[in-house]
Design a protein around this ligand. Structure first.
Ligand code: ATP
Ligand code: MG
Ligand code: MG
Ligand code: MG
Length: 569
């Protein structure tokens, strides 16, 4: 590829709206551009990386015995009603109507569609087990799209679904998938950890997440010092022995008042200890004038039971609230039925500390300016550590009983589940078994965030000059930088010949044939992160040599012009 015929689209300045390094570098290196919140165009360099990740994922899936297919992004609502998720999924499910007023969803995941396919197509135990996968665009109306393609509203996922007659068979495929995921992340060259995970809204029993370790990661994962136990923090909490838990707060429904914003102030005001009692904070919203949802009520829901739902006057609420049910909130706010609902946020919080968490959320939401408006809040109150928010903290005894826990941050790049019969039962997906009787199949599902991996890889591989791609997913393997080519008689021919020979040998070369100063070219190639560079300049050519440099700064070498291609391939 010649830069003169390409879109480099590199930027000198760091875009101010990009908070984390991968987002900044993806914009600066000309990999992506924002179209709207959570929606990105992939430029040629970005797409090359995305396709490489995809190819590795596809290859390992096929090696593991999965078969590729492709399902529609647009999914009929009926299937989601059948599985029960049309109601359950909430506002993250983007819903549309066609010209006949029929309802559809833009697929955030494909359990319903694949189950529909398999129940129609597969009729006998002889056709099982079956593991089907696709690499497809997913759509999720994320409450806070951020960090570029890391948390986008439209993204690329590899999702696989397996079908079995027995749980033993499901377990065997699950292990194969677990190994395939390890192979994928190793092959890409990422520092990652599989951790035991909660099954969340997808459902099922056994589940693992795969995390790329990075300080910017939105998730917290707990590691034991005394064993190889590793779990996402929700799971570590869920299995924490009761005696290891601190006393829950006696004052669960006390929200902080505006004057008491920090944890210390809270402690003083309410005389409470910093209890580590996790509840779920649900933010309710109703449309304001410009049709967006404004915050109107904050609800602490005890242990996910509707009966325990309690709300109180909060500085950010319009009116004092104290109700037992969702309907009461609707009635008291005078909101039109259907206009009020959880705005998609449901986070575990420590009740005593809700003010600071809330403040962070609101400040962030306003900063995005896309979901909520009309509320401002003192930014000072937002300092907290993610570990503080949880039941499990650094130094706790590991739930496995051996050693203590340390907590690290991770980016969830993959998630596998043993679903069991959750979908197959709801959607009556059965086959004839050996006895000729109808038997409901048992299922597994396996997701990988293909586009998120691109960003996660940059989080782990960068320096002050730009990206340092692992060889496996670099957009180009080698850059040719001819210095002041347009002023030279011999450089154009030599550069052209080396470019042709390396390309013919199957190396992906970016030939920088722009009329730019050498400094500009070097900066761009470093920013884009091409692992190897060949510099062709008059001075070395006097000795019949060209200079090779590795992006990581580890190697710099001179090669004879005649040998360089043979040395590099
Ligand atoms: P998260 O916890 O980050 O919201 P999730 O648990 O909702 O992710 P899954 O339903 O497990 O995601 O989907 C499988 C994979 O898809 C995730 O492990 C992640 O890598 C990727 N993914 C999920 N949501 C997004 C998103 N909004 N943007 C990019 N990738 C995503
Ligand atoms: Mg999610
Ligand atoms: Mg998750
Ligand atoms: Mg997940």
């Amino acid at each position: 590829m010649r830069t003169s015929q390409y879109i480099l689209a590199t930027l000198k300045e760091t875009p101010s709206d990009a908070e984390i390094v991968s987002h900044q570098l993806m914009l600066r290196a000309g990999m992506i551009r924002r179209l709207a919140s959570g929606l990105y165009t992939w430029l040629p360099s970005g797409l090359r990386v995305l396709r490489k990740v995809e190819a590795i994922v596809r290859d390992e899936m096929e090696k593991a015995g999965a078969i590729e297919m492709l399902m529609p992004v647009i999914q009929p609502a009926d299937l989601w009603v059948e599985s029960g998720r049309w109601e359950q999924f909430g506002p993250e499910l983007l819903r549309i109507k066609d010209r006949h007023n029929r309802e559809f969803a833009l697929g955030p995941t494909h359990e319903e569609v694949i189950t529909e396919f398999v129940r129609k197509e597969i009729s006998s135990y002889k056709q099982l087990p079956l593991n089907l996968f696709q690499v497809q665009t997913k759509v999720r109306d994320e409450v806070r799209p951020r960090f570029g393609v890391m948390r986008a509203r439209e993204f690329t996922m590899k999702d696989a679904y397996s079908f079995h007659l027995s749980d033993t068979c499901l377990d065997a495929t699950y292990r194969v998938m677990h190994q395939a995921y390890c192979n994928i992340f190793e092959r890409i060259g990422l520092e990652y950890r599989p951790v035991i995970a909660d099954t969340g809204s997808i459902g099922g029993s056994v589940s693992h997440e795969f995390h790329v370790l990075a300080e910017s990661g939105e998730d917290a994962i707990a590691f034991s010092s005394g064993s190889d136990y590793a779990a996402n923090i929700e799971k570590a909490e869920a299995v924490m022995p009761t005696e290891a838990r601190p006393e829950p707060s006696k004052d669960l429904n006390t929200f902080a008042t505006p004057e008491a914003k920090t944890i210390d102030e809270l402690k003083k005001k309410h005389g409470v200890k910093p209890h580590r009692c996790v509840k779920t904070l649900i933010v309710y919203g109703t449309p304001n004038e410009d049709g967006q949802r404004g915050l109107v009520a904050l609800v602490v829901r005890g242990d996910h039971e509707l009966n325990e739902l309690k709300a109180e006057k909060h500085p950010l609420c319009d009116s004092p609230l104290e109700f037992a049910k969702d309907e009461d909130i609707i009635a008291n706010l005078g909101a039109a039925p259907g206009s009020l609902g959880p705005v998609g946020l449901s986070i575990p919080v420590i009740v005593d500390r809700s003010a600071s968490i809330l403040a962070d959320f609101v400040a962030g939401a306003n900063k995005d300016g896309e979901h909520y408006s009309g509320i401002n809040f003192d930014r000072d109150v937002t300092q907290y550590d993610i570990a503080d928010l949880r039941n499990v903290v650094e130094g706790d005894i590991s739930p496995c009983g051996q050693g203590t826990l340390s907590i690290k941050r991770g980016i969830e790049v993959g998630h596998i589940f043993q679903l069991g019969t959750k979908y197959s039962e709801a959607m009556k997906a059965g086959v004839l078994n050996e006895e000729g009787k109808n038997q409901i199949m048992t299922m597994g599902c396996y997701g990988i965030g293909v586009s998120r991996i691109v960003a996660a890889a940059i989080e782990q591989h960068n320096d002050k000059n730009g990206i340092l791609w692992p060889q496996s997913i670099a957009p180009f393997q080698l850059a040719i930088v001819p210095m002041n080519m347009h002023k030279s008689h011999r450089i154009p021919d030599i550069a052209e010949r080396i470019y042709q020979e390396l390309s013919a040998a199957g190396i992906e070369v970016l030939f920088d044939d722009r009329k730019e100063r050498p400094g500009v070219m070097f900066n761009d190639m470093e920013l884009i992160g091409i692992p190897h560079t060949l510099v062709i300049g008059e001075r070395n050519l006097d000795n019949n040599q060209v200079e090779y440099k590795s992006r990581d700064g580890q190697t710099a070498e001179l090669f004879d012009v005649e040998n360089v291609v043979a040395e590099l391939i």
